[in-house]
Design a protein around this ligand. Structure first.
Ligand SMILES: Nc1nc2c(ncn2[C@@H]2O[C@H](COP(=O)(O)OP(=O)(O)OP(=O)(O)O)[C@@H](O)[C@H]2O)c(=O)[nH]1
Ligand SMILES: [Mg+2]
Length: 334
């Protein structure tokens, strides 16, 4: 996974490490104490002693070149510019002025700084959806948003199947009254999983479908309402207004933004627009099994300020995993 970003991070890590090591080598020669000259101690031994005893202090100039390379690597891997800059500042903040014991493994220090920066971006306001559902007042209403074809309907089916297996009663609202065949697609999933589907006529008002689903769930004491919505471009004002209306009529407990790992840099703009219209509480990144560069998760988490909750890794219900920032970053470094 994410081979390109992984390769580039490896190169950048080496570049920063060797810059630090070069500085360390210079420092040990420059700082050679004069009194040592009297003693006939070999250069190697002397350098070794100095390296053990001294600490190296890094400054910004040492890191300028390698950090530029890091920024380029992130941008080329679909990490958005402000996000890449945030990561660079974080790495810089961690490395500049570091009193590095020269004997410590430079490569470890660099990798730790990079890892911390990436995990920092992706772990913001992290929460667990299972805990959220367990603790919320029932029925819990979750509305799924995103552009066309990102995997909203499939993701709802995966979550419904998962929740049912955990013992929850689930109602699905077929809020995509717009695309031909959308309700039939959701209906097939609902039948297969064995959960209730609330639907209206094609072309009906999606806000009314979601409202009805929640009323049904309240009356029947169901635990969770998962509301599908039609895919829409973030630039389509009418459809974005409609989304705002759905959430105004039925204020959800959580809005989940669904986008695909292969979306690349486009994900940034649409995450921003969707979040502006209906504030996103968490995101799900699908199609991670397809060839992606790895940057979309980092960007979406940064733009929304909310965590990635799950990753979709295929078309089957079980191709779904909880997002773990540490694991994700491991994929970039392993
Ligand atoms: N490989 C892969 N395919 C996926 C994944 N999630 C969804 N898909 C596929 O992506 C396609 C679109 O999925 P849908 O769930 O219909 O997407 P949607 O967002 O509901 O689409 P619209 O309703 O048209 O906006 C389908 O062929 C899914 O099987 C995933 O994690 N991996
Ligand atoms: Mg759909």
């Amino acid at each position: 996974m994410f081979k390109k970003l992984k390769d580039k991070l490896g190169v950048v890590k080496e570049a920063i490490s060797s810059t630090i090591d070069r500085k360390a080598a210079n420092a040990s020669v420059e700082e050679e104490p004069k009194k040592d000259k009297k003693k006939k101690v070999g250069v190697v031994k002397r350098a070794k002693t100095l390296i053990v005893e001294r600490e190296l202090i890094l400054d910004e100039n040492d890191l300028e070149g390698p950090l530029w390379d890091l920024e380029m690597a992130l941008l080329e891997s679909d990490v958005a510019l402000p996000v890449a800059e945030g990561i660079i500042n974080s790495v810089k903040g961690e490395l500049v002025g570091v009193h590095k014991k020269v004997r410590a493994d430079t490569s470890d220090i660099v990798e730790t700084a990079l890892r911390n920066a990436l995990i920092g971006v992706m772990s913001k306001e992290m929460f667990d959806l299972d805990d959220f559902i367990a603790n919320a007042t029932k029925p819990v209403t979750i509305i799924f948003t995103g552009v066309n074809g990102t995997g909203k309907t499939t993701t709802i089916a995966k979550i419904a199947s998962r929740l049912k297996a955990a013992g929850y009663s689930v109602v699905i609202a077929s809020g995509d009254t717009f695309r031909a065949g959308a309700t039939e697609q959701m209906e097939k999933h609902a039948e297969r999983i064995g959960v209730k589907l609330i639907k209206h006529q094609h072309g009906g008002d999606p806000a009314a479908v979601v409202y009805d689903a929640v009323q049904h769930a309240k009356a029947q004491h169901r635990d969770v309402v998962l509301a599908d919505t039609a895919g829409r471009m973030h630039t389509n004002v009418n459809l974005m207004d409609q989304l705002e209306k759905i959430c105004r009529v039925t204020p959800p407990d959580l809005v989940i933004f669904v986008d695909e790992a292969v979306a690349g840099n486009d994900a940034v703009e649409r995450a921003r627009e969707f979040n502006a219209i209906v504030p996103v509480g968490g995101s799900i990144l699908t199609k991670v099994d397809m060839d992606s560069k790895g940057g979309a998760a980092i960007s979406i988490a940064h733009i929304t300020g909310k965590p990635i909750l799950f990753l979709g890794t295929g078309q089957k219900y079980e191709d779904f995993m909880k997002f773990d920032a540490g694991w994700y970053v491991d994929q970039l470094f392993e």
